[in-house]
Each structure stands twice: as C-alpha cells, then as structure tokens.
Design a protein around this ligand. Structure first.
Ligand code: NOJ
Length: 527
C-alpha cells in the first residue's frame, strides 16, 4: 500500500469551540469542554479535530479578530488547558488542527495599535494604509465582505486603512517581509507545542493588488445579495503573488514531521486546484466546498465529481466538505432524510472528508430572534439571510434542560428539537444518523478501497447517483437515491455492505435492487 498520511486516510471534524461544551457555566464552550468530549469524538471514529479560533480576541467576529496569536482567550481557557488538550487528544490518536487567521488581526492587536499611532511608527507598513482618494474620498472602490467600503478613515494619522471584513479586522500587509516572518513565527509557536496542522482563514485573499486598481462591477449582482457582491474581487483576492506565501507557509510546516496545511478557499475548481502549489508544495488540502455550493441533485453532483477529479494535479490529494460555521447546515439545506445520503456520499468519495460538529446528529439551523443575533454579518446587513448564528448553536449532548452543553445561559439558543435530537438519545437508537456516521467511518477505516480506490463509473439514472471505488480488481459500487421516491436501480450482483436505512446489510443482490426514497447503499460486487 502506498505511504498514505493521516490527513489523507483520516476524517477531520470541525469544532466551533463556543458551542461544543461549556465547563464553567458561562454559556460558552471551552477547551476543558473539548477535552471532556474527546471520547465521544473518538467513538465517532474521528482522526483529527480542527478548532475554530481560540486566541484572545475582542470577539467582534467571534475569534476571527485575533488580538494575540500566541495565547488562549480566557473564555476558552489557558495555554495549560491547551497543552493538556494536545496530550489528551494525542493519547487517543486524535490530531489537533488550529485555525490560523493571517489575513487580518483585531484592531486591538498591539501591532495595529502601534501601526495606527503615527505615520512613522515602525509598524505603520504592517497594515495597508492609503491616502484619501480624489477630493478626499475613498482610495478606491474596494468593498468589505460585511457590507460597506473596505476602507476606514483614521482621524489621527489622516489616512485610510483597508479591512476585507469588519473595520475591527484591519488587513495585514503580506507584502511586508517583517509581517511574514512574524506570522511564520506564530506557526512555529504552535507547531512547537505539538499542533498537527492549520486551517488557514481566507488563504486566497492574503495579497491585494499593489496598484490598488478598482474592482470591476459584477454584472450578475442582485440586490438581495450582500453588497460585497456588487463588484468582482479581481484585485482583492486570488492574486498571483499569493502562491509564494502559501509555499512559504508550507515550508514552515515541512520543517516538522507530518503536519498539514489546509486552506479556506472559495474559488471555482480550476482556480482552487492551483493552491496545491507548484510541485504540490502549496496547501495539502485546499478546502473543496463544491458540495456546499452545488445544487443537491444527482447530475450536478456527478458533474462536480468528474470536474474536480479531472482538475486535480497529478498526486494531489482530494478533499470534500459538507458544511462549516459560515454556511447553512446540510440538514437544513437538503432535509434530514437526505442528510443520511449526504453522509454516505461524503464518506465514500475519494479524499479527506471534513465533518462540521453536529452534522452527525442532523443538527439544523436554529431560528434566531432579532434580539438574540450575535453575528456581525447579520447585524451589518440585516434581513438578507447573511447571519451565521443559526449554524453555530450549542451541541445538544443529552435530553436534559440545557442539553448537557452548559449549566448557565447558552450564548446562542439550543435547537427546538434538542430533547430528542441529541447525542445520548441517538447513540441508543441503532438506526440513527449518528450510528450511520459511525458505521460509515468504520467501514471507511476497514475497507482500503474507500481510501485508495479511484472514483470510476460516475453515472446518473434519474435521481440516482452511482459511482464505484476501484483498485485493481477490487471494487465497491455506491448508489445514492437523491430523490424522495423509491426507485429501481441496476447494480452489479453482490453483497450490500451498508444501507443508509440499515435494513439489507449483508444481503445478496442480483443485478437489480429497489432503493427506498432517500436511500443510499454500498455494494461489494461478486468477483
Ligand atoms: C472566514 C471565516 O470562516 C469566517 O467565519 C470569518 O468571518 C472570516 N473568514 C473572516 O475571518
């Protein structure tokens, strides 16, 4: 068998730390909480956890505004808790991936406070400062992801600074070698503490045009979208020079054995795959969000499978993501019944799967009343459905009043169904989605074809998506009914290894089989 790394054969699980497990009654999850639930993560079969930011932060963007890259926010714990988490996770064979947020800091970061203090401060050039444009206006037309212009006026030094996101998140100047060195030292700080890798926030946005050219107007813009979409981010993202930085980050990681660099990159497939880098010396896993962005039907999914596989550079390792803390939850997007099919798809595709916490129990977006809104994306542009609170709500662990998440007041409301849809209840129900995830991961671990096998024979028959995983003469056939009606499918004669509906496991089938509504199966054909 080829030399396959843990981040290739393993399953990654994203933890949104505020919502995983609270241990001190403040209603916000913390590091001791993650430690407390590690055994649950292990029982599910997870190989690595990626933890969204846990650094000191004013929390203007819930941790994506970092005020100190080398410490832990008191609400989450201490560096000692973190060290304990590494030991506890590693002793269970679980790797720990941190979120690295290099594009911007908090405006409370000492670097920015210095940079802002005067035009001749040595850190002035650590951020992107520009004089006012024509007649005292903005330097150019660049827009913030969270609404409005991306430029904020600084009255003291009479210049604008650039922020891709909130004005409380000024962008670092990645053209400055001192910034790069400082940030690579941050990576080393955590690598030395035993971190196994990083998920890099908005990796494709690190470099902006050095001529500050206006972004072109987006002809496809519709007013129900975020105002950010009015322009195409031609000069503010995916600039050619960014690849040099990705390669440098990778080189920092490569000085340590067996680490992984994952990039958050929202780009079309042909651009996304360039982030594997020259000679595959870029990100090992540029996150593939196609399953989040594609319409949920057999032909669209078949199309992205083919397109993605064809676009991968030789030797590049694929990966698939179903959901994250920025997007509506899969069970809300496609319904609870299809969430089972989605689980089977994610865990039988070729490449590293990433599961967002709560997907395994079918967590849905939780309605957030206006007075409960936390997310600045919603506060800044209300009513457009941009808020991300619904997919960030506390994990329901058991059927108790506060779901075993906290003894205090949860920072976001629990889902209305938490009394029944929780980890404890679903572990006891053999046919639950949680047990399906468990069985799928177990099957993936036990059957090398699901790791090493090529994806072949991708086909669509009505609402049914079919494909095979093949290596030499060995193969597995997968058929997923993405429709809500039963269907008859022809499949190679063989044995059913697993159905999303559990019935039929171990059964022999002969060429043709009926799939229930929303059913997927994995078949081992007769040799
Ligand atoms: C992407 C993160 O996933 C999102 O949550 C955050 O708001 C922005 N980057 C800014 O850091």
């Amino acid at each position: 068998m080829e030399d396959v790394k843990w981040w290739q054969s393993g399953v990654i699980y994203q933890i949104y730390p505020r919502s995983f497990q609270d241990t001190n009654g403040d209603g916000i999850g913390d590091l001791p909480g993650i430690i407390r639930r590690l055994d649950c993560v292990v029982r599910l079969g997870i190989d690595a956890i990626w933890i969204s930011p846990i650094y000191p932060s004013p929390m203007a963007d819930f941790g994506y505004d970092v005020a100190d890259y080398c410490d832990i926010a008191p609400i989450f714990g201490t560096l000692a808790d973190f060290d304990r988490l590494i030991i506890e996770a590693h002793s269970r064979g679980v790797r720990v991936i941190l979120d690295f947020v290099p594009n911007h800091t908090s405006n409370q970061h000492p670097w920015f406070l210095e940079s802002q203090s005067s035009r001749d401060n040595p850190k002035r050039d650590w951020y992107i400062w520009k004089d006012a444009g024509h007649e005292g206006g903005l330097p150019n037309n660049w827009l913030s992801h969270f609404g409005g212009p991306a430029w904020e006026w600084d009255e003291t030094t009479k210049q604008y600074y650039y922020h891709s996101f909130l004005k409380e998140q000024p962008d670092l100047n990645w053209r400055n070698p001192a910034v790069k060195q400082a940030m690579y030292d941050v990576l080393r700080f955590w690598l030395d503490r035993g971190v196994d890798g990083f998920r890099v926030d908005v990796l494709w946005m690190l470099i902006k045009d050095d001529e500050f050219r206006d972004n072109p107007v987006n002809p496809g813009y519709v007013s129900s979208e975020s105002s950010y979409k009015q322009l195409l981010p031609l000069y503010t993202a995916n600039r050619p020079e960014v690849h040099e930085i990705v390669a440098e980050m990778r080189a920092v990681l490569d000085a340590y054995p067996d680490r992984v660099l994952i990039g958050e990159i929202y780009l079309p497939i042909e651009e996304l795959v360039t982030y594997y880098g020259r000679d595959l010396k870029g990100a090992q896993l540029p996150f593939n969000f196609q399953l989040i962005q594609t319409a949920w039907n057999a032909s669209s999914i078949a199309e992205i499978m083919d397109k993605y596989e064809a676009a991968l550079p030789p030797g590049a390792w694929p990966n698939w993501v179903l959901g994250n803390h920025d997007k509506a939850r899969i069970a809300s997007r496609i319904g609870v019944a299809q969430a089972r099919v989605a689980a089977m798809l994610l865990l039988t595709l070729r490449g590293t799967p990433t599961i967002y916490y709560g997907e395994e129990i079918g967590m849905k977006d939780v309605p957030i009343a206006p007075e409960q809104v936390q997310d600045p994306a919603e506060k800044n542009q209300p009513g457009l459905g941009l808020g991300r609170d619904p997919e960030r709500t506390p994990m329901p662990w058991d059927g108790s009043l506060l779901a075993g998440f906290t003894t205090g007041t949860p920072w976001l409301p629990l889902g209305p169904d938490h009394a029944s849809a929780n980890v404890a209840a679903m572990s006891k129900s053999p046919e639950s989605l949680l047990n399906l995830y468990h069985r799928l991961i177990e099957l993936r671990r036990g059957n090398p074809l699901l790791t090493y096998g090529a994806i072949e024979a991708v086909g669509v028959e009505g609402n049914v998506l079919r494909y095979e995983r093949r290596q030499g003469n060995d193969r597995l056939a997968i058929a997923l009914n993405l429709g809500h009606e039963p269907v008859q499918v022809s499949l190679p004669a063989g044995r059913v290894l697993l159905s999303t509906h559990f019935g039929g496991g171990g059964e022999d089938i002969d060429q043709s089989l009926s799939l229930s509504a929303n059913e997927g199966i994995i078949v081992q054909p007769k040799v």
